[in-house]
Design a binder for this molecule. Structure first.
Ligand code: 5AD
Ligand code: FES
Length: 348
């Protein structure tokens, strides 16, 4: 079954269900995923400098610690100077992709976002800029693109309408989220999507639907991480997700999407101390350490017990270098764009 998954980049729903729910194929599957990742990306691991520039958010997603309704969250915004200095520091540390991530915060107008993007591109012409600022209009997406943005991360969270409504208030819709993703693709962005593993009410069928949606979207980046409970949300009594299942899904994704950029996420490193390393061994090829100033890091908490909130950017950079090396891979300095078919086909 694993050989067939590697060859066809696909399986039936029933077969996927078996892979997701049982650990029976894990060893074989992780090995196959690693060999596919090595045939496309070698041992290279791409790093992205994450700048969490605002934790204000107008939305109220039930799972998220920076939801509007969480009055316990201490809010902050970085000004343009602070953002540029994060990027500068990141550049010195070898980052060539900056991810600007924030809650949905209308304080930052389109003009401001454009100024941030073009400011970074002007200062660091050899870098890629990724935006991760939620749902915006097609017109806004076009303006950011015109100012130099290269990539956009917007997880679809769940591709099942009923499940989506269990995770979000009525003001949000799966239709709009999907429309955003298609707009971003149409404009020319390298698009990233993804979902949480073990989010409340999630079924295996939901996950299979997520995989099917990704097959349709064909994103350049796919980010997944375990759901982790935040005590100040309506989901405070739901358990956090499983590292094992998340890693298993990383491997499935690598086999279904040989060319995708798949991060070993901070959430995976939070739920298990060796989560990111295990993610890398199962097919992940990206890590996204934090570049935000240490003074605000502890406030960008989507979930409890987030790692690295006390560490300086340089500490995370060194730590990751060691971790990646010990896991059998190497951090490379470069934009780390997705490879495509032209770079050579996958050997299976
Ligand atoms: N646990 C894990 N991941 C979360 N995210 C938001 N809240 C949580 C949580 N409690 C994820 C969402 C979002 C991304 C930035 O972080 O998938 O898209
Ligand atoms: Fe931040 Fe290890 S990655 S301390």
């Amino acid at each position: 079954m694993i050989k067939r998954l590697a060859r066809n980049r696909n399986l039936s729903d029933g077969e996927l269900k078996t892979l997701i729910e049982t650990g029976d194929y894990d060893a074989e599957m992780f090995k196959a995923a690693d060999s596919v990742r090595r045939s496309v990306y070698g041992a290279d691991v791409y790093i992205r400098g994450l700048i969490e520039f605002t934790n204000y958010c107008k939305n109220d997603c039930y799972y998220c610690g920076i939801r509007h309704g969480n009055t316990n969250a201490k809010r902050y915004r970085l000004d343009l100077g602070q953002i540029f200095s994060c990027a500068e520091q990141g550049y010195e540390l070898g980052f060539r992709t900056f991810v600007l991530q924030g809650g949905e915060d209308p304080y930052y107008t389109d003009d401001m976002i454009c100024e941030i993007v073009s400011g970074i591109k002007r200062r660091h012409g050899d870098c890629a800029v990724t935006l991760s600022i939620g749902e915006r209009s097609e017109k806004s997406f076009r303006a950011y693109w015109a100012s130099g943005a290269d990539r956009y991360l917007l997880r679809h969270e769940t591709s099942d309408g009923a499940h989506y409504r269990m995770l979000h208030p009525d003001s949000m819709s799966l239709e709009n989220r999907k429309a955003c993703l298609w707009n971003l693709k149409k404009i020319g962005y390298q698009v990233g999507s993804g979902f949480m593993v073990d989010s409340p009410y999630q079924t295996t069928e939901n996950i299979i639907a997520d995989l099917r949606f990704l097959q349709e979207l064909q994103p350049s980046m796919i980010g997944i991480g375990p759901y982790i409970t935040h005590a100040d949300t309506p989901f405070r009594n739901f358990p956090s997700g499983s590292a094992e299942k998340c890693i298993r899904l990383v491997a499935i994704l690598r086999l279904m999407f040989p060319y995708a950029l798949i991060p070993a996420t901070t959430a995976l490193g939070t739920i298990a101390p060796d989560g990111r390393e295990r993610g890398l061994s199962a097919g992940a090829n990206v890590v996204m350490p934090n570049l935000s100033p240490t003074s605000v890091r502890k406030y960008y908490l989507l979930y409890d017990n987030k790692i690295c909130t006390g560490d300086e950017a340089a500490e995370c950079r060194n730590c990751l270098d060691v971790r990646v090396r010990l896991a059998g891979y190497k951090v490379v300095i470069g934009r780390g764009d997705a490879k495509t078919y032209e770079h050579g086909d996958v050997a299976v």
